[in-house]
Design a protein around this ligand. Structure first.
Ligand SMILES: Cc1ncc(COP(=O)(O)O)c(C=O)c1O
Length: 425
């Protein structure tokens, strides 16, 4: 029996589904999850010592590749000085200064430990600041697993969402409106009807949790214009896109200044660190300055801060994002080319270090379009690539991630592997 399978079987005895986060279980694609033994650069090795070229990168954080020596050293040095204090440190000030420097929309920032905490806290803050209850999110955008965000669209155009998870009372989602991504008219209609009750609009500014879906300029303009007009807080959830699609994040690419921004993944360099920040007048509502409560025993953990600071320093090297973006675009173009040669219907897209490939004729603009791709073709391709030693996200609805350790040569190897895989699926 393979060691991966043995660990999975043993894991299932003591961990629900054998995994500590559901998508790791290979539920959509079937088969045995790969248990990671170690990782370095663009690769990881599984429990059977098979090597994979990794395009998941811990779902985004590993923008430098795995185990970058500078980041590892920073964490080791921090660890030798103590693991957690529950009192402020210099590193927290340094990373907050760095985030505020890189993102002009962020005047103040609070550190937390996960993206879920960041978005949950940003929403509480938006509600506390505006004194309003309603929040707007978009179908297919994922913002972590807090109750008010685990919601699916209702049946009508302007109906409130229903819980998308067991254990979430309908009362917790009755203030959440779920609209369609890239539908500025629906957003305008919603604001016309309920604008004075809407605390905030939260979105993934490039969606990566329904495969990769880019916003249209008209949608971006409507988001900023309408929230400003009605006094609602615009929250850019850049947990995934932050420092990955560009150094100035998605908001820089869009030329937009959101009121609040949430960060995670890259900002922690692979350690548990996330953040929310934005306008100083809004941030002043957070405890201890204001009456919106938010706290955390491990917030601003010194090891996480050390990893984050080392990572932020390295991604500011000249040309970092230009190189990452060009290689990722080449990967996407190469997949499309390989599909054409194999006679398989596939379209692709990329932004910075994120990419999407879709078994459909065109890149989707909404959740409805994203779910219209050929899932069976995706499953066959996923397993064929696994056989080739290429690890893609085990779900058709997740974006792919590259790192700077994915060299031009490795990208060409991946395209060649995709060509072989597509020819036999
Ligand atoms: C856009 C976005 N927001 C929030 C989260 C939640 O972050 P975490 O898994 O760190 O709680 C994720 C996780 O993938 C995400 O992609």
């Amino acid at each position: 029996m393979s060691r991966n399978l043995e660990l999975f079987e043993r894991g299932k005895q003591v961990i629900p589904g054998g995994v500590n986060s559901p998508v790791r279980a290979f539920g959509q694609v079937g088969g045995t999850p790969r248990f990671v033994k170690r990782a370095e650069g663009a690769y990881f090795w599984d429990a059977d010592d098979k090597r994979y070229l990794d395009y998941v990168g811990s779902w985004g954080p590993a923008i430098l590749g795995h185990a970058h020596p500078d980041v590892v050293r920073a964490v080791q040095e921090a660890a030798s000085g103590g693991l957690s204090f529950g009192a402020p440190t210099e590193g927290e000030v340094l990373i907050a200064e760095e985030i505020c420097k890189l993102l002009p929309s962020v005047e103040q920032v609070r550190l937390v430990s996960s993206g879920t905490e960041a978005t949950m806290s940003a929403i509480r803050l938006a509600r506390g600041f505006t004194g309003r209850d309603l929040i707007v999110k978009f179908e297919g955008c994922y913002h972590g697993h807090s109750d008010s965000l685990l919601v699916k669209a209702g049946s009508g155009l302007l109906t409130f969402g229903n819980p998308s998870s067991g254990g979430v009372p309908a009362d917790c989602t009755k203030h959440t409106l779920v609209l369609q991504y890239n539908d500025p008219q629906q957003l305008a209609d919603t604001f016309r009807e309920l604008g004075d009750k809407i605390a905030c609009v939260i979105l993934e500014p490039v969606a990566g949790n329904m495969n990769l879906v880019q916003p249209t300029p008209a949608f971006v303009q409507a988001l900023r214009g309408l929230t400003e007009q009605y006094g609602a807080v615009l929250i850019y959830d850049e947990v995934m896109t932050g420092f990955r699609v560009a150094l100035e994040c998605a908001q820089g690419l869009h030329g937009i200044k959101p009121d609040l921004t949430t960060l995670g993944k890259v900002v922690g360099g692979g350690m548990p660190l996330a953040a929310f920040g934005g306008r100083a007048d809004i941030m002043a509502s957070i405890a201890p300055l204001g009456n919106v409560y938010q706290a955390g025993t491990l917030s601003g953990n010194p090891l996480s801060v050390a990893a984050g600071l080392a990572t932020l320093k390295l991604i500011q090297q000249p040309g970092f994002h230009a190189t990452l973006g060009a290689r990722t675009a080449r990967l996407a173009a190469g997949f499309a080319q390989a599909a054409r040669s194999a006679g398989v219907t596939m379209s692709t897209d990329s932004v910075g270090g994120m990419f999407g490939f879709y078994f459909s004729a065109a890149a989707p603009k909404s959740y409805a379009e994203a779910t219209r791709c050929d899932i069976d073709a995706f499953k066959r391709f996923f397993h064929a690539m696994l056989d080739e030693g290429v690890y893609l996200a085990p779900s058709a609805y997740e974006a792919g991630f590259t790192s700077i350790a994915h060299t031009d040569e490795l990208i060409e190897d991946t395209i060649a592997a995709a060509g072989r895989a597509l020819a036999r699926i």
